[in-house]
Design a protein around this ligand. Structure first.
Ligand SMILES: Cc1cc2nc3c(=O)[nH]c(=O)nc-3n(C[C@H](O)[C@H](O)[C@H](O)COP(=O)(O)OP(=O)(O)OC[C@H]3O[C@@H](n4cnc5c(N)ncnc54)[C@H](O)[C@@H]3O)c2cc1C
Length: 441
C-alpha cells in the first residue's frame, strides 16, 4: 500500500505506527474521486463486507485496523475551496497535516491549534479527537464547520454547520462514513513564541491551574524518578510579529530530548542496564534548560517523534488533573518498571462534540508512554485504573481497555451518537473490532 506510513514489506499487510495493530485487508481501494469511494462502499455493502478508511496509521488503538476492504487516503488529499472572507478552507479528507500550512499560506490563514506532530491526515486526526494544549482552545475536531462523507448506504451526505449531526461527524471514530471533504474554520496566520523551562515539579503542580488559565498554551513533561518538570509555554502573537525561527534553536524539549537521539540512548541503555536509568534520566533532563524560539504557528506546534513508543492518554475534569497526576507519580514510585519515557500533561477547553474527550467539560490530559520495545500492559493498566477513579475518558486513538458500557456512562451524548450511526451506517459497513467494542455492534 504505497502512500501509507507503515508498510511491512509484505504485500497487503497493514500495521500502525506504534506496532500495536496488524491487519490484512482483503482489498485496498485507492479512490481519487467521490464516485469511486461510493463504488467501493456499495460493492462491499452488497456482499455484506466492511470498509475501513485509513489515515496515516498513527492511532495506537486498533481503531484504524481494516477487517475487510481498506480505503487508502493516497489520492484523497489537497485543497478544494477557500472562503477567504470567512477564513474557511475545505480540504480533501486525506490531506496530511504537514501539507496544510503551505496550502493556507497564500491566503494568510492557519489552523487555530494543533497537536504534537503533523503526520496525520485531517480525517484521521479529527476522527479520534486529536488535540494539542490550551484551555482556551478545543481539539482539532472543534475547528470543523462542515464535512462531506459517503455513508454506509453509499449516499454522499454533506453536513453543514447547522446540521446537528455535525457534532457526531466531526469526531466520528470512522464509524459514520468515509469522509471525503472537511471544512475547517481557520484563523489569521499567527506567530508562536515558545519558552521552555526546567522547573521544580512541586512548583509546577502547585501552580498548574493558574498557569493553564493564564497562558495560551501550556504543557509539561515529567520523567518518573526525577523531581523536575520540563515546561513548554506558547504565547500567540500576530502574524507580523518578529520571528526567531525554530531551526536556529532546534533543541526543544520535544525535539532534542523526547523526539530523538538522547531519548533513544536512554531507552536502549536503560533496557540493557536498568539500574542506569535514573542517572541517565537525570542527566538528560539536566541538559534540557531554558530555550526560546518564535516562528509561524505550524512550525512551532509540530515536533519530531523519531523514537517509537506506545501511549495511553486520558482526559479528566480539569480540577482532577493534579490529583490524577499525583496518583500516577505515586504509582511509578511504588513499582520497578524502569520507565524511560515521560508523562505529558496538557489541557483543552470544553466543547459540545458528542464523543469528544472534552465534551461538556474543561479537561486536563495525562499521557503515559512506553518505549515500544518495553512491556506496557501492566503500567498502562494501572494508569487506566487511576484515570477511571478520576472520571477519565480515554483518547480514542490511544491504548485503553474500556468498552461501550463505560462510554455510555462517561458521555452524556453517547446515545445521540449511536442514533446518528444507525442513520448513516445502518448495516455497519464501517465496523471493525475496535468499534464493536467501544460502540457495540
Ligand atoms: C507519534 C504520535 C504523536 C501523536 N501526538 C498526538 C497529539 O499530540 N495529540 C493527540 O490528540 N493525538 C496524538 N496522536 C494520536 C493521533 O493524532 C491520532 O491517533 C490520529 O487519529 C491519527 O491520525 P491518522 O491519520 O494516522 O488516522 P488513523 O489512525 O489511520 O485512523 C484513525 C481513525 O480515523 C478514521 N479515518 C481516517 N480517515 C478517514 C476518512 N477519510 N473518513 C472517515 N474516517 C477516517 C479511521 O478509520 C480510524 O477510525 C499521536 C500519535 C502518534 C503516533
Amino acid at each position: 500500500m504505497p502512500g501509507l506510513d507503515e508498510l511491512t514489506g509484505r504485500v497487503g499487510e497493514w500495521r500502525n505506527w506504534g506496532r500495536t495493530a496488524v491487519a490484512t485487508p482483503s482489498y485496498v481501494s485507492r479512490p481519487g474521486s467521490i464516485e469511486n469511494v461510493v463504488r467501493t462502499v456499495e460493492r462491499a455493502r452488497e456482499r455484506g463486507g466492511t470498509v475501513k478508511a485509513l489515515g496515516a496509521g498513527h492511532s495506537f488503538t486498533a481503531i484504524s485496523a481494516p477487517r475487510d476492504v481498506a480505503i487508502s487516503p493516497q489520492h484523497l488529499g489537497g485543497l478544494v475551496t477557500v472562503d477567504v472572507d470567512r477564513k474557511r478552507v475545505t480540504l480533501r479528507a486525506g490531506t496530511r497535516l504537514y501539507e496544510v500550512p503551505a496550502l493556507l499560506e497564500p491566503y494568510g490563514l492557519a489552523m487555530e491549534n494543533l497537536g504534537d506532530i503533523d503526520k496525520q491526515t485531517i480525517a484521521g486526526a479529527i476522527s479520534t479527537g486529536t488535540h494539542g494544549t490550551g484551555l482556551g482552545f478545543g481539539g482539532i475536531a472543534t475547528q470543523v464547520v462542515g464535512a462531506t462523507l459517503v455513508s454506509g448506504t453509499g449516499d454522499v451526505v454533506t453536513i453543514g454547520e447547522d446540521d446537528p449531526r455535525l457534532a457526531a461527524v466531526a469526531l466520528g471514530l470512522g464509524a459514520l462514513g468515509v469522509l471525503v471533504e472537511v471544512t475547517v474554520q481557520c484563523v489569521d496566520r499567527f506567530v508562536l513564541e515558545n519558552t521552555e523551562h526546567r522547573v521544580p515539579l512541586a512548583e509546577t503542580v502547585e501552580g498548574f491551574i493558574s498557569t493553564v488559565r493564564e497562558r495560551d498554551h501550556f504543557e509539561f513533561f515529567w520523567f518518573p524518578g526525577t523531581d523536575v518538570a520540563l515546561t513548554k509555554t506558547l504565547t500567540r502573537h500576530p502574524g507580523d510579529h518578529k520571528r526567531a525561527p525554530v531551526g536556529a534553536v532546534r533543541r526543544f524539549v520535544d525535539d532534542g530530548l523526547i523526539g530523538n537521539g538522547a531519548l533513544l540512548a536512554v531507552c536502549e541503555l536503560g533496557r540493557a542496564v536498568p539500574s542506569l536509568t535514573p542517572r541517565l534520566l537525570s542527566l538528560a533532563t539536566s541538559v534540557a534548560g531554558e530555550r526560546k524560539a518564535t516562528d509561524y504557528s505550524a512550525d512551532v506546534f509540530a515536533t519530531d517523534r523519531g523514537v517509537r513508543f506506545r501511549e495511553t492518554e486520558w482526559a479528566v475534569p480539569l480540577e482532577n488533573t493534579m490529583s490524577a497526576f499525583a496518583a500516577v507519580r505515586e504509582l511509578t514510585e511504588s513499582r520497578d518498571w524502569n520507565l524511560t519515557f515521560p508523562i505529558e500533561v496538557r489541557t483543552a477547553a470544553a466543547d459540545d462534540l458528542m464523543l469528544s474527550t472534552a465534551s461538556g467539560r474543561d479537561v486536563g490530559y495525562i499521557a503515559a508512554h512506553r518505549y515500544y520495545r518495553d512491556k506496557d500492559r501492566e503500567f498502562f493498566g494501572e494508569v487506566e485504573r487511576i484515570m477511571i477513579d478520576h472520571d477519565g475518558r480515554p483518547h480514542w486513538g490511544k491504548m485503553h481497555t474500556r468498552t461501550a458500557d463505560y462510554f455510555r456512562a462517561a458521555y452524556p451524548r453517547f446515545g445521540e451518537f449511536l442514533a446518528v450511526r444507525d442513520e448513516l451506517d445502518p448495516d455497519r459497513v464501517f465496523a471493525n473490532d475496535y468499534l464493536d467494542a467501544v460502540l457495540g455492534r
